[in-house]
Design a protein around this ligand. Structure first.
Ligand SMILES: [Zn+2]
Length: 501
């Protein structure tokens, strides 16, 4: 049984979204959602009085028509002079909490008005759900991070405050959380980075964590997976899924019978993995492992063949040596099919390629992390050479969540145009694209859905509700392969989610 404390309505639609919400919740065993609307026509970062009022009326009427599936938050822009009037009106209409998104700081960067809202929320005894992000780039105007959230919580001990998203990027947040009696976090939104729930349990305790999904921005299943697959006790999971929310919001919930999900039979072959890594990531301690550990995990997850590259090799400049060492380390593990890393930005790339052992299953390229473009004519030789020598190619188009990358590195987003210019080349090898979003994949498949040279692994499709089914309906399973994005995600996460989205 699940209470989802963080869902949104969609802007720019008069469509009745309740059937979609009901279906998503049914599939994931969600009994109740707490919804906020951030705008009817769009989501302005500093909404006007009129924007706010329309947003709240949307939330209120959705809740009223939901037959008990939804309760709602009143959304407030503390910079609007009439926020208190709006808040009182919506509480009288049944809002059970207050939502703050980006407009917490005024144009001088001060939180003065937000502090007044928190004082008033404490008087009303209404919990306040506050968006928090610890992004690598500058925060958005008005946005706060976890350190600022904690400072506010210390100054307003009577206000019950929820840090939405828990700042998102847990590896860089250790030590920022404090166990205060007025503080909760939700796990929602963002990329399902492995280890988030366990880290939050260590930092703040399972009694202070709420389940949220950020649906309709994210698929509910990708967020449920974070808790289901986490390494914590069943009792802690139940607290996160509903007990903590029930006691914080005073919800009267009758425990349901054991929920049995109706699983979707995803036709993509789950015994292969086309997005998997070994070794250590340089930027934070990842779950990834020695070849031996990886191999036993593959056995446990039922993966017979994983096309694997070495995380530690990605930023190496002596790739000939790095590839050779990796091959030697994985040689005895039959389920690991090694990929040689090639970086055409490094002077000797051609010699690395030409001297590559035939034991490699293929090569992997990182235009995203190595900062080059697939559309750049200088690299045609590389693609032609692979084709001539029948070398299979994996192209990594993104990894992890770029909003939280190490600030000392740059990455270059791979666009639909980049992929299309690669697809238009007459001579390319069999190619698997990793980490491609639904829209870019769709733009490519519109032209190449029957071209057997190309496949996409599906991890990103499981993050957005309906994306995987939609792609299967449009193009069939022929161009899709399974990818776990291990160790950034739990190895089972994409497989688990693909049966529920
Ligand atoms: Zn949200």
């Amino acid at each position: 049984m699940i209470v989802d404390v963080h869902v949104h309505s969609l802007p720019r639609t008069d469509r009745d979204i309740l059937p979609m919400m009901r279906e998503e919740c049914r599939r994931n065993g969600v009994l109740l959602c707490l919804l906020s609307s951030l705008g009817k026509d769009n989501w302005p970062r500093f909404p006007t009085t009129k924007d706010i009022s329309m947003a709240n009326q949307t939330a209120c009427s959705l809740a009223e028509n939901s037959k008990g599936l939804l309760r709602w938050y009143v959304y407030i822009n503390p910079q609007n002079s009439n926020w208190r009037k709006e808040l009182d009106k919506c509480v009288a209409q049944g809002a059970i909490g207050i939502k703050l998104w980006l407009s917490l700081k005024d144009k001088h960067g001060k939180l003065t008005n937000t502090k007044k809202v928190l004082q008033y929320a404490a008087c009303l005894k209404k919990p306040v759900l506050i968006h928090t992000f610890n992004r690598t780039d500058e925060s958005l105007p008005g946005e706060i991070n976890i350190a600022e959230f904690m400072e506010l919580a210390r100054r307003h001990p009577r206000a019950k405050m929820i840090a939405a998203h828990a700042g998102i990027h847990w590896p860089s947040e250790t030590g920022l959380f404090q166990r205060l009696p007025n503080v909760w976090v939700d796990i929602c939104g963002g990329y399902p980075l492995k280890g988030q729930v366990e880290a939050l349990v260590r930092e703040i305790g399972a009694d202070r964590i709420l389940f949220g999904s950020d649906f309709m921005g994210r698929s509910q299943a990708s967020q449920v997976a974070k808790v289901m697959l986490s390494d914590i006790s069943e009792e802690q999971k139940e607290n996160i899924f509903y007990r903590n929310a029930a006691s914080l919001f005073g919800l009267n919930i009758t425990p349901q019978k054991h929920f049995v999900p109706e699983l979707y039979n995803c036709p993509v072959d789950a015994t292969e993995d086309h997005f998997c890594f070994c070794g250590q990531w340089p930027f934070f301690k990842s779950a990834s492992s020695t070849p031996k550990e990886l191999h036993s995990l593959l056995v446990k997850t039922g993966i017979k063949r994983a096309y694997v590259a070495d995380l530690g090799g990605i930023y190496r400049q002596d790739l000939g040596a790095a590839n050779a060492a990796f091959l030697k380390a994985v040689r005895e593990f039959e389920r690991i099919k090694p990929l040689a890393i090639i970086n055409p930005q490094v002077a000797n790339w051609q010699s690395v390629l030409e001297s590559m052992s035939p034991e490699f299953a293929g090569i992997i390229l990182f235009p995203f992390l190595h900062g080059w473009s697939l559309a750049d004519a200088r690299y045609k030789n590389l693609f032609r050479w692979c084709r001539q020598h029948e070398i299979r190619v994996w192209i990594n188009c993104s990894m992890d969540d770029a909003r939280f990358r190490h600030p000392g590195t740059v990455s270059r987003a791979v666009s639909a145009e980049d992929l299309l210019s690669y697809g238009a080349l007459a001579k390319t090898s069999t190619t698997v694209f990793q980490g491609v979003s639904r829209d870019v994949m769709d733009a490519f498949l519109k032209r190449h859905s029957r071209d057997k040279r190309f496949s996409f692994e599906i991890s990103r499709l499981t993050d957005a509700s309906g994306a995987l089914r939609n792609m299967l309906k449009k193009y069939g399973k022929g161009r899709l392969v399974m990818g776990s994005e291990y160790p950034f995600r739990d190895m089972a996460q994409v497989r688990w989610t693909s049966q529920r989205v």
